[in-house]
Design a protein around this ligand. Structure first.
Ligand code: DX5
Ligand code: ZN
Length: 217
């Protein structure tokens, strides 16, 4: 499978959002990663439906929407309407995970489940066959620009074993502190999709930085 680079718009220039999206359209980015934070599940607030709709209007690439909100089940149809293609909810934020995953799929989106750094992979045993993607957080969610947590490598290996054992085809996505320093090692242990925010958008030429990451894979 083609390895996926998903730039996180959290670190982009929101005052020039349209040109940022056009830059990504012309780049080798595969998905656009959107971080939705509610100030409750995580200590930060980002953006909601109107901004997602605007991004959808200009983006030629799938929208990979990462919900860092409590009770995500309240808004599944709304995120579909706004333009989400992949919708990822946090294991730690959703009591009825199975029901909510089914609802995401019934709404025509791919369903992802995210794990915080402290949450073991084993909690996914009884849901892994039902999901399209596992998002392994390699920083504590809430902010861009944090340092990568090295324990993530071990978690990816454990997740790989769980996927093989359960014959699941779920993709493994990693999010937080991804850069040229760790992308190859992460790829080697089995990551399919890489989210990168500050490494891409704080560089002089984000489009070239995306190329550089692609070439490392
Ligand atoms: C953090 C978000 C990430 C963030 C990653 O809570 O989920 O998607 O944008 O940013 P970097 O790549 O700067 O760690
Ligand atoms: Zn994210």
């Amino acid at each position: 499978m083609n390895t996926i680079i998903a730039p996180s718009l959290l670190s982009c220039d929101f005052a020039n959002l349209q040109s940022e999206i056009e830059m990504l359209n012309a780049s080798r980015a595969d998905w656009l990663h959107l971080d939705i934070m509610d100030g409750v599940f995580v200590p930060n607030i980002t953006f909601g439906m109107p901004i997602i709709k605007f991004i959808k209007k200009y983006s030629k690439k799938p929208l990979d929407v990462h919900l860092m909100i409590v009770q995500p089940e309240r808004y599944i149809a709304d995120f579909k309407k706004a333009g989400a293609d992949i919708l990822t909810i946090h294991y730690e934020a959703c009591t009825h995970l199975h029901r909510t995953v089914q609802e995401i799929k019934a709404n025509g989106m791919q369903a992802g489940v995210a794990l915080n750094p402290h949450t073991p992979v084993s909690v996914l045993e009884d849901i892994i066959k039902d999901i399209d993607l596992v998002l392994v957080m390699s920083v504590n969610p809430g902010f861009g620009g944090q340092s990568f947590i090295p324990n993530t490598y071990k978690k990816i290996q454990q997740l790989k074993e769980l996927l093989a054992k359960s014959e699941s085809k779920a993709l493994i996505e990693v999010d937080g502190g991804v850069s040229n320093q760790n992308i190859q090692k992460l790829h080697k242990v089995g990551v399919d999709a890489f989210v990168a925010g500050s490494y891409i958008f704080k560089s002089d030429q984000p489009s070239k930085t995306i190329n550089k990451l692609k070439e490392l894979l």
